[in-house]
Design a protein around this ligand. Sequence first.
Ligand SMILES: C[S@@+](CC[C@H](N)C(=O)[O-])C[C@H]1O[C@@H](n2cnc3c(N)ncnc32)[C@H](O)[C@@H]1O
Length: 377
Amino acid sequence: MEEYIKLAVELIKKGWEERKIRVRLPKDNADEIIEIAKARIRAKDKFSKDNLWMDLEGLRYATHEIVAEYRAKRIKPKSIADVSCGVGIQLIFFAKYAREAYAVDIEEKKLFYAMKNAEVYGVKEKIKFILGDSLSKEVVDQIDADIIFSDPARPPEMPERNLEDLLPSPLAIYNAYKHKTDSFIFDLPPQIRRKKIPWRGEFEYIDLHGRLNRLTFYFEPLAKAERSAVLLPRGVRLESNPNLEDIVEWSEPKEYLYEIPQSIDYADLINELFHNVKGELFITLREKRRVLATSDEEVKSEYFKRRYVLVGTVPFHPLRINDFLRREGFRKATLRISIPDKEYWKFRHKVEANLKGERKAYVFQYKNKALIAEPLD
Ligand SMILES: C[S@@+](CC[C@H](N)C(=O)[O-])C[C@H]1O[C@@H](n2cnc3c(N)ncnc32)[C@H](O)[C@@H]1O
């Protein structure tokens, strides 16, 4: 089958129609081959291997390799069971550092792909693969691991996230395995409210390439702090410290602006960040997708997502912004504003109309004004 998947990848890349590709493939598995080929093409930035096995759903759920490696290195388990392993990416990285690992999935195809992928990464020998419901007694009885990990499937578009809605539910997994270990790790939807988690442990929010990617909950024996934020791929980490005095204050935008990573905001670590920075910082803007700090003097920190100097403040209207950018010699303007995706380009085209300069701006919305900023780094 591998040869046919490679052929399908090649033909899709050449722009062949699906119906013509299908003729060149074995009839019985043409659908599956084409889906794996599409997943491989889409996955190219997510994994270092180009011969992985996964369907499109498996790809959507699969842990990014950088995140999988980070978490595996953080816990370096002796033995671990991934009780909802999917196509196996996280499990494979755990296995890389473990003596033995267990892989469970309820879907036969997913478990088969996990096995193929474990072979690709060279860790298949260390893993015991179990097909079945990880909540069933037969499966529970087969597992003897120090740590139980689960990255459950999330039903799409659930506005209010609850543990009960995840598949398998972490509550049910805990009840099924608590007689075996007290070390659990759960992947949770990052939007879930921490109050809803009935255990003690650490909430670790991970940003990948500047965007919130994962929330991992580590039970107490594996926890290092109550809350933490990690910026990948750099591997920078910030932990909560309940003994710090609260120094977070608000201010109007000053000369310098700093974008704070979402993971630090979600983990409620802005106070910890301000303590860590040499210089006086204030919060100036807080929206769902971004937080801006500001200062009179330039400040450096490994925790900032981006640093800017404020070059202008104009009324928040595309023509006024465009006018300013044209006068000041800008060519491009990235909008860091909360508007629906569909409207983004319409607005941006207006803002960038007839710009001929060289400089690149970032535009934020502050009340009824546009803050026009230039990146420092
Ligand atoms: C989010 S995916 C896991 C992705 C994986 N961590 C990765 O890196 O590729 C969740 C998986 O849980 C499986 N699952 C759901 N309920 C289950 C159950 N009761 N027992 C075992 N697996 C289950 C689904 O089939 C799905 O493959």
